[in-house]
Each structure stands twice: as C-alpha cells, then as structure tokens.
Design a binder for this molecule. Structure first.
Ligand SMILES: Cc1cc2nc3c(=O)[nH]c(=O)nc-3n(C[C@H](O)[C@H](O)[C@H](O)COP(=O)(O)O)c2cc1C
Length: 212
C-alpha cells in the first residue's frame, strides 16, 4: 500500500463542471462501479444502485428540472457526455439495528460509495461533481427515468474528461482537531463562522440563491 499514491489521487480529485465531448469508455465505468461496490455500508447492506444516462435530451431535461428549483429558475448545464444517477434502496434500512436513525445510515452509506467513485474518477483522469437534487426535483427525475419512487435519489454526477483549464481555486483550511476533550477556547464565534463561509464557500452571499 502506498500512502503517497493515495494522496496524489486525493489531491487530484477536484469538482469538475466543464467537460470535453469525448465519451467515457465502458471499461472506465466498470472500474468506477467496482470502487463504489467496495465502500463500507451499514450492516453491509450495499444499498447503492446507479442509472447511467447518455441520452442528451434526457440529460437536458434533468438539468432543466433541477434548474426550476433555483430562484429565479435557471438551467444548470454541464454538457457532460454522461450522468450517473445515484440511488439507494431504503427497503434495506431494515438491515440496520433498531434504535439508530436508519435513513441516516442509508445516506451515509451512499456518500461513502460516492467518495470511492470520486477517487476512482480522479485516478482514471476523469472528472465529476456532486449535483445536489432537491426532493421535488428528485420525484420528477425518478418519473422521467422510470425509477421506482421508493428509491432515494442521493445525487447526480455528471461525468466526463475534464476540459482544459477547469481547475478552479479551491481553498481548503486545516481541520480543527481537539485532543482528549473539545478545546473550548477554539470554539468559533458566529462572526468567525460567517468569515469562513465568505472566504471558502462557493455561494458567497448567504441566504441568496445563486447558481453554484
Ligand atoms: C454534499 C455536496 C453537495 C454539493 N452540491 C453541489 C451542487 O449542487 N452543485 C455544484 O456545482 N457543486 C456541488 N458540490 C461540490 C462543492 O461545491 C465542492 O466539492 C466544493 O466547492 C469544494 O471543491 P472541490 O470538490 O474541488 O474540492 C457539492 C459537494 C457536496 C459534498
């Protein structure tokens, strides 16, 4: 096992929103799915399912539906050659022990699978970005793709080869780490939190909805 090789992939993973037109080879997709399959899941329930969409008209329809939930409505076009619609089967929540927030375990499991996919995507020289889907949009997208409504639509990942010059600035800060007990003196004031949001977040004007 090579930590430096792992960190190279971790550092290379970036959110990519501008793509070349080249198609994504099926062998690469299989590798991405293999990485997802190996992620940890609550009680090993493996709730992940994926719908791949390559049809341009359907992808545009999906982007339009999501865009309608922005205020004011706007389309968010990525023009990726492919989209991965990430689903979770909540019926598998019955596999989680009683007394836990079972749906939370499902969501956490899906996020870890997506994390593995992001690393595989980066290692293959591809790019993607987490596309958040509002619940009402998810209902319509599931209907469009004939996905049974029972599924959780966790995210949609546009996927393709990154276009040149896609790399945006990505400021990252050190994670606050506390030893033994929480170091209360390091507890951020609300003003500090506000400053962090303005410095690091993509949406700078808090409370105002803009295209991400
Ligand atoms: C849960 C989650 C939701 C996100 N939603 C969106 C989104 O809807 N649209 C978008 O363009 N990026 C979205 N992102 C990507 C973040 O903006 C991005 O990860 C962040 O700015 C850091 O950049 P990096 O991924 O290049 O490190 C999301 C990321 C996460 C983890």
């Amino acid at each position: 096992m090579d930590f430096d090789a792992l960190m190279d992939v971790v550092k290379n993973r970036r959110s990519v929103r501008v793509f070349k037109k080249d198609p994504v080879p099926d062998e690469m997709l299989e590798k991405i799915f293999a990485a997802a399959a190996l992620a940890p899941t609550g009680n090993n329930t493996q709730p992940l399912e994926i719908v791949t969409v390559r049809n341009k008209a359907i992808m545009h329809e999906i982007e339009t539906i999501i865009g309608e939930f922005f205020l004011p409505p706007m389309t968010q076009r990525f023009d990726a050659p492919l989209m991965l619609v990430v689903l979770g089967d909540p019926r598998l929540c019955d596999g989680y022990p009683q007394g836990f927030v079972r749906e939370g375990i499902l969501h956490s499991s899906l996020c870890l699978a997506v994390g593995n996919m992001f690393l595989a995507i980066a290692a293959l020289g591809l790019g993607s970005v987490w596309k958040e889907v509002p619940p009402s949009a998810a209902v319509r997208i599931k209907a469009l793709l004939k996905i049974p409504q029972v599924f959780v639509l966790k995210t949609i990942l546009p996927l393709g080869f990154p276009a040149k010059g896609h790399r945006e600035k990505r400021p990252k800060r050190k994670i606050p780490v506390h030893h033994n007990t929480y170091h209360v003196a390091k507890f951020k004031s609300n003003e500090d939190v506000d400053k962090i949001m303005r410095r690091y977040c993509r949406v700078k004007e808090l409370g105002k909805i803009r295209a991400l």
